[in-house]
Structures are given as C-alpha cells and as structure tokens.
Design a protein around this ligand. Structure first.
Ligand SMILES: [Mn+2]
Length: 439
C-alpha cells in the first residue's frame, strides 16, 4: 500500500486512539501514558503503538500490562471511530526516545491530585492548529523560563495573528524577561485575573522549563509548538518540527497557513525569533527556509540593522568585564577540543551581572579555534546552570541528557548540583566520552 496512505491511516488511528484512551479508567494507565506515534502495517493487520510512560520501571511495566489487558477493547473501539475496513491488532511498545528529567517528575507528582484534562499527546499539523484556533477562544500563550528571543518572538507573533482572527489572545508575563526583549510583549501581556480557555506553549521543550507562574498549566496546555528533539508531552496537541532552526520559523509558516500576512510588529517578533536562535544566521541550524523567513520579515518593513545592533552588538560594561574574566579563566582539555568556562556567584554579584548580561555567554568557548565542545557553567542560587555548545560533529544534547537535561544537537543545557569543581569534572568527563565518538 502506498506509503502516503499508510501514514495518513496511522495519523487517523492516532487521533481516534486519543479519544479511546480518554475512556479508559485503569489507574495503571490514566495520567501516566502518552502515545507518541502509531504505525499501521501495510496489510492493516497490526498497529504498533509507541507509548511513553511517566514513572518508575514498575509503573512502566504496569502501564504496559494495563494496555495489553485493554487491547481488545482498544482494537474495536478505535476502529468504530474511523472508517477502516480492518481492525488492526495493537502492539504496544515503550518509546525511549522521550527521556524525562527528574525535575519534570517532581513537578508532576506535586500536581498529581489535579485531574489532567487529557493523558496523551497527539502530533498535530497545521490544519489541526487552525481548527483549534477557529473553534476555541480566549487564548493564553506561554514562554519558557529564562526566555530567549525565540520563545518571546514566537509568542508575540502568534498572539498578534490570533487577534487578527478576531480572537482574544495574550502572552503570559514571564518573570525573567530581559530588557531588550520586553518590547515584544508589552502591549499583549495578559491582564491580571485573565482566565484563559485555551493555552498554547511555544519553544518549551519540556515541563521542567515552565516558568514559575506557568507551572499550573502543565497538563492543561492545548497545543505545544516546538522545534526541540523530543515531542513535548505536557500538551494535548504538539506541532513539533525539530528540523527547524527556530520555533519562530514554524510559527511564521503557521501564520501564513492561517492566511494572515505579516505586519511590522509580527515581523519584528518573527525576526527576533529566527535571528537570535541562529546567532544572527551564523549557526549550522540555518536553512534556506530560515533565510526566507527573515527575508519576508524585511519585506514587511522592519529595521533589521537596528534589531541586530541590540541583539548582537551592544553590551553593558558589566558584561565587558565578565568577558575579560571568562577569557582569562577558560580551561582547555583534550588538545583544546574541549573548553570549560566557570562563572561563580561571587563574580556575578561583584560585577552586578544581570540576566541580560549573561545572554549569549555560552557561545563564548566555541569561538576559540579548535574547540569542538564548549561548556559554560554558571553558579546560580538554584544550582549550577550548564550550557553546552558543540560543532555539528559532536552532540550537545547527548551530553546534557546524561544529567537530565536536553536541547538540540549543537546547543543544549542541564542543571547540576554540587560544587563547581565537581560539576566541571563530571561535564568534562562526559564531553571526553562524546568526543571519542567522533574521532
Ligand atoms: Mn528555540
């Protein structure tokens, strides 16, 4: 059977399965299981259902057992919801591509008394998103903790686009927003007491990255739009395109799909998203589509040079002093292929360093000739924040996943506790192992 038809059937199956799953009352399943994808075989005899289970090894086993028990019911119930001439037999498989950080687990255990509105995440496409936008109203858009230009630009552009559909839409204020990005959402920040009906998250890779004031929405997000490696699992629908350089690129294509043309404000927001996530179009994640997105923003009348100066040139005097310290204290390993930068809390306080000042600091080590893996550790009150940047040959997210973090192939992050020295040692050891894979 044509591959295209099979993948359409698989998607339809996945959608129907989500409705079936909602009717299951087995405590081993509800709230713990996310369906990541379905694959129907060409002869329609079997369907492979990939599940990711939140919890311990035992809970995973129990959930699989529960699914197997229910498989007869699932088999007939799903088929009754779609027009399919055969009833494929479900085969459940654990999907290990989704690794959760312990942080997510603890957040979810905190809110577990709250009933979740859904228990599986479905991959969505542009028509699914448009349907949601048309059918629902009173939107709230969430950005990630320590917000960057991509999450804020994506949120702002989407918010303006929704208002053009005559919908009510706001962006939730982000407590860590930095000065240079504040203008993006100043006119569209959610007023106090705003009660949203539909919640959208942009550029948030997983639940541990929700800012403090957004945590209550975990499990209540209707749509996640994201470009990270794993499918976000805190939302009912996920529009996930990991091949995109920035979330803003996906949002722009979605806006076009909505039939809306960019005005200057939306273009500034999209340009902010794509330029900042690509280091002003210098990183290996840039594709021709990234540049076309930027070109369309220029056509909409933005002043790109003025934005570039704010995002990529200007720095405070505190940051200038910090750069000097970083340069003189950077350590090298493995013939200079690994560079480690450690910024301790005392330096941050004595120089009066703000979040604004730390922006982009993690790109520093990779600017040195010969460095394949650059590690930046910043000591903060809630742990040692780690950013890893690598050449396209090495895998930054593989290093960070060892410490319950994640991200992209060339840029990833995690948080470690313990002394700075120990943190540095653990990271360098992991980096050496990663390096050995590409030698
Ligand atoms: Mn991003």
């Amino acid at each position: 059977m044509a591959q295209k038809r099979i993948s359409r059937i698989s998607n339809e199956y996945l959608r129907a399965l989500s409705d079936t799953m909602r009717t299951l009352k087995d405590p081993r399943i509800s709230g713990l299981v996310s369906i990541t994808r379905c694959e129907v075989t060409g002869d329609l005899r079997y369907v492979k259902i990939y599940v990711s289970v939140l919890g311990s090894e035992q809970q995973k086993k129990d959930a699989l057992e529960g699914l197997k028990n229910a498989s007869g019911f699932i088999r007939s119930d799903v088929v009754s919801r779609i027009s399919l001439r055969a009833a494929p037999e479900p085969i459940f498989e654990l999907d290990d591509s989704i690794k959760r950080g312990s942080a997510v687990l603890s957040i979810l255990s905190e809110i577990k008394e709250e009933p979740k509105r859904f228990n599986i995440t479905i991959k969505a496409d542009f028509p699914d998103c448009l349907k949601l936008f048309e059918e629902e109203d009173n939107f709230l858009i969430l950005t990630h903790a320590r917000p960057d230009g991509d999450t804020l630009g994506s949120a702002a552009a989407l918010c303006y686009a929704l208002t053009k559909l005559d919908k009510t839409a706001y962006v939730l204020e982000n407590p860590d927003i930095t000065k240079k990005y504040a203008f993006l959402i100043e006119d569209i920040a959610a007023p106090e007491g705003y009660e949203p009906e539909t919640v959208i998250a942009v550029d948030i890779a997983d639940g541990s990255l929700f800012p403090e004031n957004a945590r209550d929405y975990i499990g209540y997000v209707d749509l996640a739009i994201d470009h990270h490696r794993d499918i976000p699992d805190y939302a009912r629908l996920a529009l996930s395109q990991p091949e995109r350089a920035a979330c803003g690129e996906i949002v722009y294509d979605l806006i076009k799909f909505m039939g809306i043309s960019l005005d200057k404000k939306m273009a500034e927001a999209i340009y902010t998203a794509v330029s900042t996530d690509t280091g002003c179009f210098r990183y290996s994640n840039v594709t021709s589509s990234t540049l076309r997105t930027a070109a369309d923003c220029l056509d909409a009348g933005i002043n790109a040079a003025a934005l570039n100066r704010i995002y990529f040139e200007l720095k405070s005097r505190s940051r200038m002093m910090l750069d000097g310290i970083v340069e003189s204290t950077m350590k090298f390993f493995e013939d200079g292929k690994i560079a480690l930068v450690i910024i301790d809390e005392e330096t941050i306080t004595s120089l009066g360093i703000t979040n604004d000042d730390l922006d982009g600091i993690s790109g520093f080590p990779r600017r040195i000739e010969g460095v394949e893996i650059g590690i930046t550790v910043t000591q903060r009150p809630d742990g040692n924040k780690v950013s890893v940047r690598t050449s396209p040959d090495a895998d930054a997210s593989a290093i960070c996943r060892r410490f319950d973090g994640g991200g992209h192939r060339c840029a990833a992050g995690c948080t470690l506790s313990g002394s700075l020295e120990e943190t540095g040692e653990r990271l360098v050891t992991a980096a050496i192992e990663e390096l050995s894979k590409i030698k």
